[in-house]
Design a protein. Structure first.
Length: 269
């Protein structure tokens, strides 16, 4: 096993034991995701109904702090996983980066931040609380994406799925930019609209990238090569990434290109 060149390894990263975490995940991922999903949906739609005839909460300072926390976490996670990701491709090739889960099994730094990435999908559900408490529009894409990402991330970790190397690095990177944008918006900083368009474009590219990586893994397996991703995981991931692409593309069109109804006409309805 080749030792990766990390500029610095923290003690908590060096002491991380992936093998112990995997056993716990195999035993608990399904029940935890089930409970988290049930509580999340009950809270979201229950609070949305409760707030229907009530004054929305402001929560702007809390939202700014929350977004800043997630932005900081995502930036650190991206920085700590990009080293392994780049070295995996440049030193060992594309096949290794897609099919060999060394980032979880062998590299303590990437392994720790993969674990943190999976765990973060639970607190990220809190994003929706700000939407319903502030009485903003809750679209299907938002809660569907949160729930399904939670499930696929925890399920994939329980199997030490190799394709997760790509999915994690892409997601960390996009979230680093996205939550930084949310922080600035919550602070009422005048961010140009084009910045929001760039973020949605990056999300669309992430979905395309996810489909491509799944196809590569499928091709490798069809050609008789060993690839640490189950057929079930490939099917679920391809289905989810395809659905995300369609929903994000629809959101992109509605948000930035769909003709807006004139305000005067809306008042007359």
């Amino acid at each position: 096993m080749e030792v990766l060149n990390h500029s610095y390894v923290f003690e908590f990263e060096r002491d991380f034991k992936q093998s112990l975490i995997r056993g716990w995940m195999e035993d608990n991922w399904f029940s935890l995701c089930s409970w988290a999903t049930a509580l999340y949906l009950a809270f979201v739609f229950g609070v949305q109904a409760y707030m229907k005839d009530r004054t929305p909460f402001n929560l702007r300072p809390s939202l700014a702090l929350w977004s800043f926390s997630l932005a900081s976490f995502s930036i650190i996670g991206a920085l700590r996983t990009w080293t392994e990701f780049v070295q995996s491709i440049t030193k060992q090739g594309l096949y290794h980066s897609v099919c060999i889960p060394s980032f979880i099994a062998d590299d303590h730094v990437a392994g720790f931040w993969t674990w943190m990435f999976v765990l973060s999908k639970v607190p990220e559900l809190v994003d929706t609380a700000f939407i319903v408490l502030r009485k903003q529009k809750l679209i299907f894409l938002h809660w569907y994406h949160h729930v399904t990402v939670l499930w696929i991330c925890w399920y994939s970790y329980s199997e030490f799925t190799s394709t997760s190397r790509w999915f994690m690095v892409m997601n960390y990177t996009v979230h680093a930019i996205m939550y930084s944008y949310y922080t600035l918006k919550a602070l009422k900083y005048p961010v140009p609209k084009v910045f929001a368009m760039v973020i949605t474009t990056l999300q669309l590219l992430q979905m395309v990238g996810g489909c491509i990586i799944n196809y590569l893994a499928f091709t490798y397996k069809q050609n008789g090569l060993s690839c640490s991703v189950s057929d079930t995981n490939l099917r679920f991931c391809f289905l989810l990434y395809s659905s995300y692409f369609i929903l994000f593309a629809r959101f992109f069109y509605n948000a930035y290109f769909k003709p807006k109804v004139h305000q005067d006409m809306k008042k007359q309805v």
